[in-house]
Design a protein around this ligand. Structure first.
Ligand code: CA
Length: 263
């Protein structure tokens, strides 16, 4: 477990340092390392809880109590995942996300308070990958972290996969076919595009704007009613009970998520 160095400079360099953190690399070192998680959180108790929970799961952890310190830690350690509290004393989650996205694609999981619900959409649009609203359970936190670490590993190892499977749902990009279990489901071109977008981002919350941009194009990013109609159609075709979807879930005020069922 690495420790935070107190008294950091307040002017972070956004680029990762060329010198690897001590003990993480180097000739003769054992290459099998647990993912490194950076926690940026000003609430001391929450920070301690996150540190302890992550360390308990054998993750390597570094932490920071402000946005500026978080950016320094990020550039020094090049973390595999960032847990970012939305409300920090110096910068907000959108600013920190924007700075991080200048150089790293590491997943950013945001923690927000109830009264910050509105801002989290902007943070997702700025490049954060996911959010959890406080208070949240430890199981939920760890599940999200695993989804994201798996997601990045998959993105680098088999991004050319021509088919994807989530629970009973399957899409074959080569043949442009969709399935629920063994049953083929006929989709219109737009329904197929929407389903493909959700499958490629399984587990991830997508904002209305992100989905509209990807499926319909830049001129349609405000047309949330299109999305609602098509999402309803997809649920009719893919869900056992469209009124209580298992996979195609609404994230109120934000967008949608294709849920990866606990398995
Ligand atoms: Ca805070």
């Amino acid at each position: 477990v690495e420790h935070t160095i107190e008294g950091q400079t307040r002017f972070p360099d956004p680029r990762p340092s060329s010198v690897p953190p001590p003990g993480s690399e180097g000739p003769g070192a054992v290459p099998l390392l647990m993912p490194l998680v950076l926690v940026i959180e000003d609430d001391r108790r929450m920070r301690k809880y996150l540190r302890a929970t992550l360390a308990d799961q054998r993750f390597r952890v570094v932490d920071a109590e402000s946005g500026a310190e978080g950016l320094v830690q990020a550039s020094g350690h090049n973390p595999d995942l960032v847990i970012l509290d939305f409300g920090l004393p110096d910068f907000d989650g959108i600013q920190v996300t924007t700075r991080l996205r200048e150089w790293t694609a590491a997943p950013i999981l945001m923690l927000s308070a109830r009264d910050e619900e509105h801002d989290k959409v902007a943070a997702l649009d700025a490049g954060a990958n996911d959010y959890l609203t406080k208070p949240f359970g430890t199981g939920e936190l760890l599940a999200r972290i695993r989804v994201w670490l798996r997601h990045t590993q998959r993105a680098t190892s088999d991004s050319l996969d021509s088919s994807l499977e989530v629970g009973d749902l399957r899409i074959d990009f080569g043949k442009r076919l969709a399935f629920v279990g063994e049953r083929e489901v006929r989709l219109t071109p737009t329904q197929y595009k929407l389903f493909g977008t959700l499958m490629r981002n399984a587990g991830k919350v997508l904002t209305h704007e992100q989905i509209l941009f990807t499926v319909w194009g830049p001129a349609y990013t405000k047309e949330t009613q299109y999305l609602r109609v098509y999402m309803g159609q997809l649920r009719q075709k893919l869900e056992d009970n469209p009124a209580r979807p298992r996979y195609l879930v609404t994230e109120p005020g934000v967008g949608y998520r294709l849920r990866i069922s606990a398995s």
